[in-house]
Design a protein around this ligand. Structure first.
Ligand SMILES: Nc1ncnc2c1ncn2[C@@H]1O[C@H](COP(=O)(O)OP(=O)(O)O)[C@@H](O)[C@H]1O
Ligand SMILES: [Mg+2]
Length: 261
């Protein structure tokens, strides 16, 4: 892929004065649809710079759809998306990625037939250029030693947890302004989830804001400072994480459902 030079690349915000840094992400009255099926209705929330926001909600609530719209994989039918104050509405995914957003999609997000190292090299080359590759590999293996031990192994033969770690390691090279991680813990053993969440914390401490999509609330709220609860494609709650559990119970009670584990 060649880089057609900067016709309209987004300038990365220079946080002029600390304290008035614009939010890493603003989702502004977004609606979205799959063909005739409307999945999001007037969704509004923000992810403060360098913070961690949990995006919660039952299965089918629209969490992954938000992740797709934010990363440019699904166009919105209405509303605006801003990254660090810059309007990226309607931009193709690769431009949004270049503007500082990384998306770890639901599932794997890795190449099963390539080795761990080939997966990393490919991602690092794309995001940082060939010269950065060796140093980036060192950093990835330092952050996730298990990937170093298995660097010759095909991605598809890793355990579920190791595959998630690999998908996280791919974004480490150039710390993004915003990382959207969709259901990283899905189907993993608790001890593995622990490692994945440690990885998320490290990424956040390096300055990246996180939007953590989860169906399991407890762990996400433990990590997050802020929370958004989606219900049937609308925002049922947006506020501090410590108030989200009560809000979640209210949402579930009002629809007569049982809380997820
Ligand atoms: N590719 C698709 N085509 C049509 N409908 C979809 C598609 N993906 C998701 N949906 C529907 O959109 C709604 C929201 O889905 P999704 O965002 O995946 O929910 P969540 O991630 O919260 O489980 C659901 O009703 C789902 O069935
Ligand atoms: Mg989902």
């Amino acid at each position: 892929m060649t880089d057609s030079t900067s016709r309209s690349t987004t300038t990365v915000s220079e946080a002029g004065t600390p304290g008035i840094e614009p939010p890493a992400l603003e989702v502004d009255h977004i609606s979205a649809a799959y063909g005739p099926y409307r999945a999001l209705f007037d969704v509004t929330f923000a992810v403060p710079a360098r913070s961690i926001t949990a995006l919660l909600g039952s299965n089918g609530a629209g969490k992954s759809t938000v992740a797709r719209v934010v990363s440019g994989l699904l166009p919105s039918t209405h509303g605006a998306i801003r990254l660090s104050g810059h309007d990226v509405t309607g931009r193709p995914a690769f431009k949004i990625a270049r503007a500082g957003m990384a998306h770890v999609p639901e599932g794997r997000g890795i190449f099963a037939n390539l080795t761990v190292e080939e997966n990393l090299v490919m991602a690092f080359r794309q995001r940082a250029g060939r010269r950065q590759v060796p140093e980036s590999l060192d950093r990835a293996y330092q952050a996730f030693p298990v990937l170093g031990e298995r660097r010759k192994q095909a991605g598809g033969t890793l355990s579920g947890g190791q595959q998630r770690l690999l998908s996280l390691a791919k974004v480490l090279v150039v710390p993004p302004h915003l990382l959207v991680a969709d259901e990283l813990s899905l189907g993993l053993a608790p001890v593995v989830i622990e490692a994945v969440y440690r990885g998320l914390r490290e990424i956040n401490q390096a300055g990246t804001a996180l939007l953590v999509v989860e169906q399991q609330v407890d762990r996400a709220l433990d990590l997050a400072t802020d929370a958004v609860i989606l219900e049937h494609g609308t925002v049922a709650f947006a506020g501090p994480a410590h108030l989200a559990l009560a809000a979640m119970e209210e949402v579930l009670a009002s629809r007569g459902g049982r809380p997820p584990r």
